[in-house]
Design a protein around this ligand. Structure first.
Ligand code: 13P
Ligand code: SF4
Length: 299
């Protein structure tokens, strides 16, 4: 399968982008592997004819919105992020009506339609920087309440209104699970994604996006880490740090949607060029505004 994928990539001028949560064998054949911010930037700049996006739907949609002339394919079109739907237009309208000077800050883990209702997008690696940079004193942070409250802690000078959405995978990690790993590995540093609940984040030595977790583990002199994020990161963590040890809460956080990106599905989509991401032009143009603003403010 790997040989066929490589051949088709060459023949069709296609590239494969994979998130760190994609299955290990898919990360291994990808041209670019990264967090959602890095992958959005790669998708915008790339000049391949076909982008095969091994992530979840909002990632493929963002690639299409940022680079509409490319054919964006997903190995499995049903790979979706449940959190991406966890706020309604009605709630956003209500907040806009109530707070005159509010900026609607939309985590990139959201549908294209929600991006259309937003002023700026953020990812977990740039949310603090972007919220700080906004002129608005009031922010409605959608859809993730956990990343939102992490940002609120880091930017106390602003009023951050939270929305009641979350990632079911990260929200399932408990304080008890992390404490139990700490008991088994007392010297391990705790690395956590900001989508985890506050009770977990309060135990963390480092809080950051998947790319930030990877960067910290690599630069650190420590040997052992308890990793509070989806266990797909284990592939890159081990590849980059063969002598270090990585442990996960039990059960391991695992995003079933990300795991739909199998090697067989990558091959099939390259062969058939199906599962294309389509965003209607009016939605694309409107959703582009907060995405472009993110890229500008994150510079
Ligand atoms: P990153 O922004 O760290 O890539 O995270 C994306 C995501 O889906 C986390 O659950
Ligand atoms: Fe969405 Fe959570 Fe899966 Fe990330 S890990 S894609 S936030 S469900």
């Amino acid at each position: 399968m790997k040989r066929k994928i490589e051949q088709l990539k060459r023949e069709k001028n296609a590239i494969v982008l994979a998130h760190y949560y994609a299955p290990a064998e898919v990360q291994a054949i990808a041209d670019y592997v990264g967090d959602s911010f890095y992958l959005a930037k790669v998708a915008k700049q790339c000049d391949a004819d076909i982008i095969v996006f091994c992530g979840v739907r909002f990632m493929g949609e963002s690639a299409k919105i940022l680079n509409p002339d490319k054919k964006v394919l997903m190995p499995d079109l049903t790979a979706d992020c449940p959190m991406a739907h966890m706020v309604t237009d009605g709630v956003i309208e209500e907040i806009r009506a109530r707070y005159e000077d509010v900026a609607v800050v939309c985590y990139i883990n959201s549908t294209a339609e929600l991006k259309c209702q937003s002023d700026v997008c953020v990812t977990s690696s740039n949310a603090v920087k972007i919220v700080k940079a906004l002129p608005n004193k009031t922010v409605f942070f959608i859809p993730d309440r956990n990343l939102g409250s992490f940002v609120a802690q880091k930017v106390p000078e602003k009023q951050i209104i939270l929305n009641d959405g979350c990632c079911p995978i990260h929200a399932a990690v408990t304080r008890e699970q992390v404490l139990s790993e700490k008991e088994k590995h007392p010297h391990a540093k705790v690395l956590a994604h900001p989508e985890c609940e506050a009770e977990v984040l309060s135990l963390a030595d480092v809080i950051g996006s998947t790319a930030e977790i990877l960067a910290f583990a690599k630069a650190s002199d420590e040997q052992e880490f308890i990793v509070c994020t989806e266990d797909g990161v284990d592939y890159a963590l081990n590849a980059n740090n063969p002598d270090k040890r990585f442990y996960y809460p039990n059960p391991h956080p695992c995003c079933a949607d990300m795991k739909l990106n199998t090697l067989a599905a990558v091959l099939s989509v390259l062969q058939n060029e199906d599962n294309e991401i389509v965003v209607d032009e009016a939605t694309r143009r409107r959703a582009l505004i907060p995405l472009e603003k993110m890229l500008e403010l994150a510079k």
